[in-house]
Ligand binder design. Structure first.
Ligand code: C5P
Length: 231
């Protein structure tokens, strides 16, 4: 179970830090790794990240940077001072190289490349003028991550096996779009159940609504941990 806890990243997609802290408290020792994104960032999320870090929790800063390399480099240099563990950058070569340079010598903050969002399908990519097959595009962007010296990628479970086969342990795989069997899929498209994602090669799972919108978030977390533990 301890190993399963380390693999589960709980997305604090909530409107206030008070609500986030109530949730964190209710999960106790089952919550080891928390993700803070846009929703909390401007309303105290940065201080919450510092507090969580100081309390011994791991913190994933889901900032999804995407800008010219120099700007990403400067941004990541500031973020690195927060003491977080994971940071996302869109998988574009200059942005990734900037992020790795900005992170500096202290390698605690891992740079993760967002390949193709798990809410996207082949059709939605086509609407944006992208005709490449999703799996090929994910692998191409994973290649950018490896070349830039990033630490891992964000990808769906269905792409995990191909990424592991190509990059082995050189890239950690962090997988959102996790839905226990029977759960509401919401806006996610390339989804998988927790155990299936782990079997496919995911190193970490990101779970938001199946936990935070559950009637009993602690029980929902426990069920996911048990499923991961058995896989
Ligand atoms: O609620 P749900 O489990 O769908 O939440 C998934 C979380 O992972 C959200 O915070 C979303 O922003 C994030 N995410 C994602 N797909 C990516 C990268 C991050 O869904 N490729």
């Amino acid at each position: 179970m301890a190993d399963a806890r380390k693999k589960l990243i709980i997305a604090l997609d909530l409107p206030t830090t008070e609500e986030a802290e109530t949730l964190i408290k209710s999960l106790g020792d089952d919550g080891v790794f928390y993700k803070i994104g846009y929703q909390l960032m401007p309303v105290g999320g940065i201080d919450l990240a510092r507090r969580l870090s100081a309390a011994g929790k791991k913190v994933f800063l889901d900032f999804k940077f995407h800008d010219i390399g120099a700007t990403v480099e400067r941004g990541v240099r500031s973020v690195a001072k927060l003491g977080g563990d994971f940071l996302t950058v869109h998988a574009e070569p200059d942005a990734l190289k900037g992020a790795v340079a900005g992170r500096g010598d202290d390698k605690r903050l891992k740079i993760l490349a967002v390949t193709v969002l798990t809410s996207l399908t082949q059709e939605s990519l086509a609407r944006s003028g992208v005709s490449m097959k999703i799996e090929d595009l994910v692998l191409k962007r994973a290649e950018f991550a490896a070349e830039a010296g990033a630490d891992g990628v964000i990808a769906a479970a269905r792409e995990a096996a191909a990424i592991k086969a190509r990059f082995g342990d050189a890239l950690k795989i962090v997988t959102p779009g996790i839905r226990p069997v029977g759960a509401n899929v919401n806006d996610q498209k390339r989804v998988a159940a927790p155990a299936d994602a782990i079997k496919a090669g995911a190193d970490y799972l990101v779970v938001g609504r199946p936990i935070i919108a559950a009637e009993n978030p602690a029980a929902a977390t426990r069920a996911i941990l048990e499923e991961i533990g058995m896989s």
